[in-house]
Design a protein around this ligand. Structure first.
Ligand SMILES: [Zn+2]
Length: 464
C-alpha cells in the first residue's frame, strides 16, 4: 500500500506540474504524425512546405535549433550546449524505453514503443499514441521519443513513473474478465481500453465497471436473418438466467431468441459488418452454428457488452472450477476466429465444379458460407487430430482439377479440395489448419466430435 500511495503522490505532483506548463509549441507537430490523427483546428502546429515535421528536426531529419534556443540569443556557444542537452535527453529516453517494463507498449504490449505520454509517464506504440491523443491533451500529452525534443522535467516524469508504476495506478482494479488488447486487435478494443483506463478511470473506480454487475440491457443494431437489414433490437443479458435474449419489439413479452451464455461466443468483426463497432455472436442451435451480426452506435457500448458476456462466463467458470485461477479461466471466455477468407471449394464428386465460398475457422470448426454475413453456414467441417487420419497437403490428388493455388484437406470421411488466388494465402491457410490438426483433442473437443458424429446421420452438412 505504501508503494501505491507513494506512486499516487508522484502522479498527482507530476500531473499538476505538467498541467500548469504551457504546452510545448511544437508538440502538435509530432502528434500530427501519430497514425490517422490529423492536427485539430486551433492546435499550435506549424505546416511546413513539405508537410508536418517533428520538432527539433529540419526537412532532412537532422536536428536544428528550436525557437527556444534561438530566443536565448545568437550566442553560438549557448546554442551548441542546448543542442547537446537535447540530444542527451533523447538518449536518456532511448535508455529508459529499453528497460524491461517499458520495452512494450503500456496499452497493447507491442514491442519497441516509439512514443511517450509525458504527463502520465508511459511509453506507447504509434497506434496507441493516436488513441491517447484522441483523449485530449488535458488527459494525455504525447510526444515521439525518437523525433521530438523533450524538456528535462518531461524526461524525469518518464523515469520516475514508467509503464510498471502507471499500471499499478491505472489498472489497480482491472477485472479478470476484461480483455487487454493486443497489437492486432480491432481499433475499437484498443481505443476503448485507453479510454476506460485514463478517461473513465474504470480500473480505479470499481463502481464504473457496468459490465461486472451480471445484468445488462440496451439496444444494438442487429442484422435481419431474412432481409439482411440492420434494425435496432433490445438485448438483455442476465447472469441469474444464464442467458442473452433479444426482442423484436419493446412491447413484446417473449424474446425472439434466448441464448445460453455457456454456448455463446462473441468476437469483433468491423470489416465484415462494415462498422467500426461491428461484432459477431455465434452459438450452436439444433446442431448448426447460428451467426448474429450486430453493431452499436458507440465504441464503449459494444465493448461493454463484450466484457459483460465475458464477466458472466467467468463467474460460471469460477463456480464450475473452484480450484482454477482466474487468469487461466479468463483464457476460455471468448474466442477470436483463427482465420477467415474466400476460397474455392469443390463438391464431393470429381465432376463437381469449384465454388467461391467464405470460410471461417473457429477453433476446430471450419465453416463455409455463400455470404460472410449468412445466418447459417452451408457446411461445417470438424477438424480432428492428425493421428486419426486428418491431413493437409499442398496441391490436389492426381487426376483432380486444381483451381488457382490448390490444397487438399483430408478428414475421416472425405477429401476436400480448396483453391486460393495467391500462394501466400495458401501457405497461411495450410499453416493454420495444420496447427489445429496437430493439437490433441481436449475432453471438450471429444464431446463436440461425439455430438457431431451422432448428428451426422440427420444433419447432412456436418462432416466429420
Ligand atoms: Zn500500443
Amino acid at each position: 500500500m505504501l508503494f501505491l500511495n507513494t506512486s499516487s503522490c508522484i502522479f498527482n505532483c507530476l500531473r499538476k506540474q505538467t498541467d500548469s506548463e504551457d504546452a510545448d509549441e511544437l508538440v502538435g507537430l509530432s502528434e500530427a504524425k501519430a497514425k490517422s490523427v490529423p492536427p485539430s483546428i486551433g492546435q499550435k502546429v506549424r505546416k511546413f512546405k513539405h508537410g508536418f515535421r517533428p520538432s527539433g528536426r529540419n526537412k532532412h531529419g537532422k536536428p536544428h535549433m528550436t525557437h527556444k534556443i534561438i530566443k536565448k540569443g545568437n550566442n553560438s556557444k549557448t546554442s551548441f550546449i542546448s543542442l547537446e542537452m537535447a540530444e542527451a535527453r533523447r538518449k536518456k529516453l532511448q535508455e529508459l524505453v529499453k528497460r524491461n517494463d517499458n520495452s512494450t507498449c503500456a496499452e497493447c504490449c507491442k514491442k519497441n514503443p516509439e512514443w511517450g505520454s509525458y504527463n502520465i509517464g508511459v511509453f506507447i506504440c504509434t497506434s496507441c499514441a493516436g488513441f491517447h491523443r484522441n483523449l485530449g491533451s488535458h488527459i494525455s500529452k504525447v510526444k515521439s521519443i525518437i523525433l521530438d525534443n523533450w524538456d528535462a522535467d518531461q524526461v524525469n516524469t518518464m523515469e520516475e513513473v514508467g509503464n510498471l508504476k502507471a499500471k499499478a495506478k491505472y489498472e489497480v482494479h482491472m477485472p479478470a474478465c476484461y480483455r487487454r488488447p493486443c497489437p492486432t486487435d480491432p481499433d475499437v478494443l484498443k481505443e476503448q481500453f485507453v479510454r476506460a483506463k485514463y478517461e473513465r478511470e474504470e480500473f480505479i473506480h470499481v463502481d464504473k465497471q457496468v459490465y461486472t454487475t451480471g445484468f445488462m440491457e440496451g439496444y444494438l443494431w442487429k442484422r435481419g436473418k431474412e432481409d439482411g437489414r440492420f434494425q435496432q433490437r433490445k438485448f438483455v443479458l442476465s447472469e441469474s438466467d444464464g442467458t442473452l435474449k433479444y426482442y423484436v419489439k419493446e412491447s413484446h413479452k417473449e424474446p425472439k431468441a434466448k441464448i445460453e451464455i455457456s454456448k455463446l461466443n462473441m468476437t469483433f468483426c468491423p470489416k465484415k459488418v462494415g462498422n467500426p463497432n461491428g461484432a459477431q455472436l455465434t452459438y450452436v442451435r439444433d446442431g448448426s452454428t447460428r451467426n448474429i451480426f450486430v453493431y452499436s452506435s458507440s465504441g464503449s457500448a459494444i465493448v461493454d457488452w463484450y466484457m459483460a458476456i465475458r464477466s458472466v462466463k467467468l463467474n460460471k467458470l469460477r463456480i464450475a472450477y473452484p480450484g482454477t485461477g482466474e487468469l487461466e479461466l479468463s483464457q476460455f471466455l471468448t474466442r477470436d476466429f483463427l482465420k477467415e477468407g474466400w476460397m474455392f471449394k469443390t463438391g464431393p464428386r470429381s465432376s463437381d465444379a469449384y465454388k467461391w465460398r467464405w470460410f471461417t475457422l473457429d477453433d476446430r470448426k471450419l465453416m463455409y458460407l455463400e455470404d460472410p454475413l449468412d445466418p447459417y453456414p452451408k457446411g461445417e467441417i470438424f477438424l480432428g487430430y492428425h493421428a486419426d487420419g486428418f491431413a493437409v497437403k499442398k496441391g490436389v490428388p492426381p487426376g483432380m482439377k486444381e483451381q488457382g493455388f490448390g490444397f487438399t484437406l483430408r478428414t475421416r470421411d472425405r477429401i476436400f479440395l480448396f483453391g486460393v488466388q495467391k500462394d501466400d494465402d495458401r501457405i497461411e491457410w495450410m499453416k493454420v489448419l495444420q496447427s489445429v490438426i496437430e493439437r490433441p483433442l481436449t475432453p471438450q473437443d471429444n464431446s463436440m466430435a461425439a455430438n457431431l458424429v451422432r448428428k451426422r446421420s440427420t444433419i447432412r452438412h456436418f462432416i466429420y
